[in-house]
Design a protein around this ligand. Sequence first.
Ligand code: NAI
Ligand SMILES: CCCCCC(=O)CC\C=C/C=C/C=C/[C@@H](O)[C@@H](O)CCCC(=O)O
Length: 256
Amino acid sequence: MEIKGSVIIITGAARGLGKAFAEALLDRGAKICVADIDSEQGQSTVAELQAKHGEDSVIFVSCNVTSDDDFKAVWDATVEKLGPVNVLINNAGIGNEQEWDKTVAVNLGGCMRGTLLALDRMGTNKGGSGGVVVNISSIVGVKANPFGPVYSATKHAIIGLVRSLGHDFHFKISGVKVQALCPSLVKTELLANSMKKAFSPEVVQALSKFSSGLKDLTSETVANSLVKLLEEGRNGACLVVEAEKDPYYVEAPISS
Ligand SMILES: NC(=O)C1=CN([C@@H]2O[C@H](COP(=O)(O)OP(=O)(O)OC[C@H]3O[C@@H](n4cnc5c(N)ncnc54)[C@H](O)[C@@H]3O)[C@@H](O)[C@H]2O)C=CC1
Ligand SMILES: CCCCCC(=O)CC\C=C/C=C/C=C/[C@@H](O)[C@@H](O)CCCC(=O)O
């Protein structure tokens, strides 16, 4: 797909990977809605992005991805201010092993809610023009993660959603591609917050040792992989990005 001229909603884009996605896509001529639960940080990020890309290119809309009403309001505001939406990036996520139901609600619920809404609003069978949904999973959506079993389970479930809705059975009906991006560890606030809400004290020690031994992966590298996925990825694609490696597709066993 062509990024230039696209209208893209990114959840959880007030900071971290979502903000890097917004920057990379604005640089390539897209218009962006930053949708985030953190209004203060979201507005400040959008002010910074508007200073570089212009006020008509990027907006902030407050959104808790666990709320249907919020998600619909984000979609409506984006259409009104930027034009018809053709891409949704479901990026908002948390790492909280101590409140598993909250982690499931945000990580899986946010992707599920957003993807279903996108099908309803962009589906050619619903009067839309088709489009793309990218769900941000993780490398631990395709491999085990002893340091965050709940988090890892939500990310595996996102892959299941992408493999199933990314089947061409659905694409033929809706004209909407569904894809996943699976980054390895990037040292954002998510990691620090995951340490505060870790599965056990033993995990804090082990995760800290493990993460300090990993090669650095930057948000910009992950954002470049998102661009690659949008530009060339097939329907149902799951793209993994790790430090010091070219991004690679994990072949989903989609049977026809
Ligand atoms: N940092 C990492 O190592 C990796 C992160 N990911 C995934 O990338 C995504 C972004 O993560 P980071 O940027 O690292 O995290 P982050 O903690 O820096 O940013 C997350 C953003 O999501 C927002 N958010 C949290 N709950 C929300 C909700 N209920 N509704 C709307 N917005 C909400 C936060 O306000 C924040 O702006 C997450 O889905 C995460 O699981 C995937 C692989 C690696
Ligand atoms: C719980 C923290 C979540 C951080 C956010 C992410 O999605 C990052 C995931 C990045 C890396 C995770 C790697 C997990 C690796 C394990 O599968 C395993 O290889 C680790 C084994 C460690 C050991 O043997 O000591």
